[in-house]
Structures are given as C-alpha cells and as structure tokens.
Design a protein around this ligand. Structure first.
Ligand code: GAP
Length: 479
C-alpha cells in the first residue's frame, strides 16, 4: 500500500500552482474542506464528467440521464432514511472543543501504533472498534477511547464527552419570511432525485426494465473530519446511476455492474493492481450487498466508487410516504412489482484526485552536461484540459499569423492554447505541467513547406508533420 505524504503534498501544491484547484475564498483565508476548481481544473473535471456521462448514457441504449434539483421536498429525506440514519458517532474533546468522528479518531490512533511497529495491537484496536460500532455501543466506544488513552491532536488531553450521533445533512430555510419558512436539506446524495423521478422517466421515456437513470451533480455533507484535500469535502459532486431490475435478479446485475464499472476504471489507463474491491461487511440500511472500488492513492487504498444492491427500499419507502404507487407492469411476466435497484455511485472529485495522482510525475532529465528535471501530468489525452498548444518560435517574421491560423482551424474541434512568450523549452515545460499531450511549434521552415514540429508530451519526441494532418493526429488520441 502506498502511503506517500510527500508526494500527496506535492500534488496539492501543483494543483494550486498550475490553476487546477484553489482553496475556496482564499482571500479570506479559505473555508475548511471547501475548494474551487480553477481554469484547468474545471476543464479536467468537465472532461471526466463528460467521459462518465457518455459511457453511461450515450453508449448504452437502456440508460438515460436527468438533472434534478438540489432542493427536494423534506419528506424525501424522511423516506430515504437520511433524517433518522444519516449520522455518525461523534465525540468532543472538552478542553480543545474539537469534535471527532469516533472511527476516524480511533483509526488515527491505530495508524500511529502501526507506524511504531505495534501492528498486532493496532489490528486488535480496529477489530474492537468494528465490534462496538456494529453493536451501536456508544458507552463501549467511549470506554475504548479512554482505556487506550487516545488524545486530542489539538489539546493533547483525554478529556472526552459522551459519544453522540450527529446528522450529516445541511439544512436551510425555504421562503423569504422567517415565519413562512420551512426547513429543507441540501441533498446529501443525488440518488434520491432519480428515485422520485422514476415514474416520470419510465412513463415518458417508455422505458422497459431493465433500465437505468443517470445523474451528475452536487451533494453536500457536513463531514466532521473533512481532510485530505478534495478526498473528503463538504460540497462535492457525484455521478450516480440507478439501474432498475426485476426482483430476484439483483445478484447477477450486481456482479454485472461491478465488472462494468471496473472496466470503466481500467479504460482510464490506470493499471489493474492500483485498484481493488472492498466488500462491505456492515451494510447500509437500504442494501443487501455493497462494495467499494478502491484506488491506491498516495494516502493509501481508499474508496472512489460504491456499488450497492439497494433492493426496493427507496421506491417502496417513497411509495409509503407519498402514497403514490411506484410500481412497474412487466409485460414479459404479466406482473406488477416495485423494481429492485443496483446503484453505481462515484465521486467526481475523488475521480479527479485519482486521475491526477496517477498522472503526476517528477522526471529527472539530467545529462552529463547539465542538470534538468520536469514535472509532467501524463493525463489520458481524452481528459487533458488542453489538447493542442500552438507555439510560434518567435513573435515576428509572420510566424504568429500562421500559428493563429492553426488555432482557428483546430479550436472548433478541441481545446487549443496559443502562447508566444518565453523560450520554447520553457513553454513546453508549462504545457507538460498541465498535461497538454501535443505541442506544435511554428518555425521558419513552416513558411516554406507548411509543416510544423509536433512534440509528444510523454516521450518528448518531436517530428515534422504537415499542418493539415494536425486535427487527425489529435482526434485519433482523444476519441
Ligand atoms: N448514493 C450512494 C452514496 O452516496 P456514498 O458511498 O456515501 O454512497 C458515493 O458516496 C461516492 O461519493 C463515494 O464513493 C465518494 O467517491 C463520493 N463521496 C462521498 N462523500 C464524499 C465527500 N465528503 N467528499 C468527496 N466525495 C465524497
């Protein structure tokens, strides 16, 4: 398992320095665990979202997409179980007033034990924690923290409150006047927007089971311990798909989606050994099977995507609370039923972090003559923020005009970038750092034979090609 904090910090700095991710409202010292995507980050994020959307909707004839509102009727969250169940056990340190998620506090202590060679003790601690969490034994968890003398990382004391549940949903008021206002929640998952629209889509789209509904969008969770950069945030984006199936077929569809989603991950060019499945032992209230796809981040193997067999829990519960029938008539077996659901749920920000972690390389290019190095993002070309950089060798002799014409011919088809300032080597390095797969240089020979030098990001090889072939070269790599 990788656990390379230095590399992780280097990636975070790189994201800031090259316009991928900034702390939110940084001029006011930022807002904890909230981030803004900059000029290249928003392009990369959009490309990841589009790639997911295309593979889940356009390339599948039985999945359609929707875009539901973030605000939903408050009963939605009662029916989904989030009002009663979407909470974590928390504990506060009375001296520092810092609040911790109990499992995170204990896990951090287990990590410390392991780092000091006490692996068996760490494993025993985690096993005991799992047992107490499964039994919802809050006094037992507090006793475990006290017995092991686990300290607050801020105050350094073990003066703990009781363990309490803390709901993770953000609430706000709908309505302009306080008296008229009613409390609503910011959605903690996009999935419920799909469930409440199940009948609308099924009827208007004349969808036949099995079929899916996909959606991407923001979700909000008042994570207590939000840390590790964009891995765990309070405002994040999900890409979810609910696949509606005949009851009794959930096992085979669950396996099908596990495999399909893993194939999608591998199509990003990330090697198989960087992924693993993690089966859930303690299942959420709605699931009869669940697993995570974990990726080997610089901070270790962690969840990127969840695949959940959600039974008919959500539709049945919405039927109960709304008093609207959530049934489907299956003409093949001549029966009405509430469909079962397999869900695939992937975090867009975590996928971003995974892709950038995989792409980030520090390369030593030193030769006997001189020391040299570069930082390069070896992003899959289809996801790179900029596909083609057009660089006139000098600012004169008509070269910028030719470069501009190349820009005009190609920018309707993919994202291009024009730059004429600084030495060509420096410009190449800047493009490497944001992951641009192709740079073309317009030089004096271009004026004679309409060719340019194309430089490939990963190999740094260069070759002479005709200007009119550029679009084809790039298209082949990004399609
Ligand atoms: N509808 C099911 C659901 O929301 P989840 O496992 O709670 O399941 C799905 O979340 C995915 O959303 C996770 O695998 C992760 O990628 C992402 N995610 C969840 N909480 C997040 C957070 N606080 N910050 C960033 N991404 C998060």
């Amino acid at each position: 398992m990788a656990n390379d904090n230095k590399r992780f910090q280097a990636i975070i700095s790189h994201c800031k320095e090259y316009g991928f991710i900034f702390p939110s409202s940084e001029i006011y010292d930022g807002l904890s665990a909230v981030y803004d995507y900059g000029q290249w980050g928003s392009e990369l994020k959009k490309n990841i979202r589009d790639y997911w959307w295309k593979s889940m909707t356009q390339l599948r004839e039985n999945i359609v997409g929707i875009d539901a509102a973030i605000f939903m009727h408050p009963t939605t969250w009662k029916a989904s179980g989030h009002v009663d169940n979407f909470s974590d056990p928390m504990i506060d340190n009375k001296d520092s007033k810092k609040r911790y998620r109990v499992d995170h506090l204990i896990e951090a202590h287990a990590d410390e034990l392991e780092a000091t060679g006490k692996k068996v003790e760490a494993e025993a601690l985690l096993a005991e924690m799992d047992r107490l969490l499964a039994a919802v034994d809050f006094p037992g968890l507090k006793k475990l923290i006290e017995d092991r003398k686990i300290k607050c990382s801020v105050g350094g004391t073990s003066n703990w409150t009781d363990v309490r549940q803390f709901n993770l949903m953000f609430s706000t008021q709908l309505g302009s006047v306080a008296e008229e206002a009613s409390e609503i929640y910011l959605r903690p998952e996009t999935a419920q927007g799909i469930f409440v629209n199940f009948l609308n889509v099924q009827k208007t789209g004349r969808m036949k089971i099995p079929f899916g509904i996909a959606q991407t969008g923001k979700a909000f969770r008042n994570e207590i311990v939000a840390r590790q950069f964009i891995f765990r945030m309070r405002e994040f984006e999900q890409m979810e798909m609910q696949f509606f199936i005949r009851p009794g077929t959930q096992k085979e569809w669950y396996e099908y989606w596990k495999n399909e989603r893993m194939q999608w991950h591998l199509s990003l060019g990330i090697p198989k050994e960087k992924y693993r499945f993690h089966d859930h032992v303690k299942l959420a209230h709605y699931a009869d099977a669940a697993c995570d796809i974990e990726y080997d981040f610089p901070i270790g193997f962690k969840e990127v995507e969840g695949i959940h067999s959600r039974t008919d829990f959500d539709l049945r519960s919405h039927q109960e609370y709304s008093k609207k029938k959530m049934q489907y008539f299956d003409p093949e077996i001549n029966q009405n039923y509430i469909p079962y659901v397999i869900e695939t749920s992937i975090g867009l920000d975590r996928t971003f972090l995974m892709i950038i972690s995989e792409a980030y390389w520090e390369e030593d290019l030193s030769t006997a003559e001189k020391q040299d190095s570069r930082v390069v993002l070896k992003l899959p070309p289809k996801l790179a923020p900029i596909k083609l950089a057009v660089l006139p060798l000098t600012k004169k002799d008509g070269l910028p005009e030719i470069a501009r014409a190349i820009m005009d011919a190609n920018k309707p088809h993919f994202r291009c970038f024009y730059e004429e300032k600084d030495a060509i080597g420096k410009r190449y390095r800047r493009m490497d750092a944001i992951g641009t797969p192709f740079c073309v240089t317009v030089d004096h020979q271009t004026k004679e034979d309409n060719t340019v030098t194309i430089r490939y990001r990963d190999s740094m090889q260069q070759e002479r090609v005709a200007i009119h072939t550029l679009r084809d070269i790039v298209d082949k790599q990004i399609s």
